[in-house]
Ligand binder design. Sequence first.
Ligand code: AMP
Ligand code: MG
Length: 454
Amino acid sequence: MQRGSSSDVSPGGRAALISFAEACAIVSAQAAAIQANRVSVAANCDLIDALGRRLAVALIADRDQPPFPRVTRDGFAVRAKDLNPDSLLRVIGQIRAGEAWAAGNPPVAAGEAVDIMTGAPLPPGADAVLMVEHAQEGGGERGSADGAQARFVRPVAGRTLKPGENVVPEGSEARRGDILLDPGSRLGPEQVALAASCGFLSVPVFPKLNVAILATGDELVDASAQVGTVAAISGDSPAAIQPHQIYDSNSHALAALVQQAGGNALRQRPARDDVDDLAACIREGLQAAPLLLLTGGVSMGKFDLVEEVFAGMGAEFFFTGVKMQPGKPVVFGRVPSNSDRPDRYFFGLPGNPVSTMVTFRVFVEPLLAALAGERNWQPNIAMAKLAADFRAKPGLTRFLPARLDTSSAVPTVNPVRTQGSGDLTANARANCYLIVPEDCDLLSANQMVRVLLR
Ligand code: AMP
Ligand code: MG
């Protein structure tokens, strides 16, 4: 069992706890190493299916963006310098979105205006657009040479324009050949929109990362074995859950978190608190996926066997405890390769359901992102005003299920009432975690504090 230097081990035989910041740095370093050594095959994927996946190549601008000087207001294309309180401009034509100024037409000249719509290309000669709201139109004020009724427009209330007003210059958003998205970028709706704006209907993405999920604990009942059976509903089957048993919820929580993070969750059946069963399930998980997540079995109890089993497999432990709450006994490590598979990362997440979810969000997600090809993963953290004083015992970085209220000018956060890290009800009612720094004994009302969004 490799656990760093022996000075890191406490008299109880357990490795000393490291700070939350140190643990984050260790995960980041592993993520960076994964990125540096990454070889992965890409596959083309329809845009909508690419949502949440990581781009395998750079997205390159196929042409200048915008490809023409794009008008951003309905109004009149003019020469800005022609506008003064007395100007009366002759309307010489119209351009709708999707139309071009006919090649044979002369440029817009002094004293002229073109009726133009949002999204249309600015005609040559014009350099700005007078918004329709700032224009007063009139017809027949002066007869045109060919006898037709000419239309005229004047700026209202002495409006003037600067050159470029209400126009996005050609190529100002991107130049043809520019990198629009780096390889590894996670494709959210905004990135999908950008790809579509370049005419791509499919993009090369990295494969979804498989993540094996193994809940451990003799008390666990796998609800999936009962779903839909009459016995489960009536509760009178021998297989029905006993009062001292609980449904395995962690593997479902982790599956949801993995899917949300763009991975592909492979749930295993829960393992018993038994060295042989646990080892068999772990071997199966390591075989199936580059990342294995376990829950439970990492505390100090007699039947917390996860570390022992990994140690027996020659695992390297990056950390085996972090000064945080919930999540203190969290374990992160790597199992060496064998003839059947490459080396594998694993996390032993504490079994308390809130601990499982918090440790996923702060440690697993960055590693999963790196394994899946994403660069520059950042936690989803925001600042909010604390609603009321909060006292804490210093020494641990704390993550408290809390409600962020964004209805006021400054978002306000309030911890929810909870029975602790087993309280799934409170956790589901919360919508974020209030972060209490390790050295802090008091957060004061109205103070700005960090929250982990979810
Ligand atoms: P452990 O980390 O194994 O000591 O478990 C800590 C607490 O979390 C105990 O109350 C367990 O019953 C509970 N727990 C462990 N695994 C799960 C799971 N898969 N689903 C729900 N609760 C769990
Ligand atoms: Mg247990």
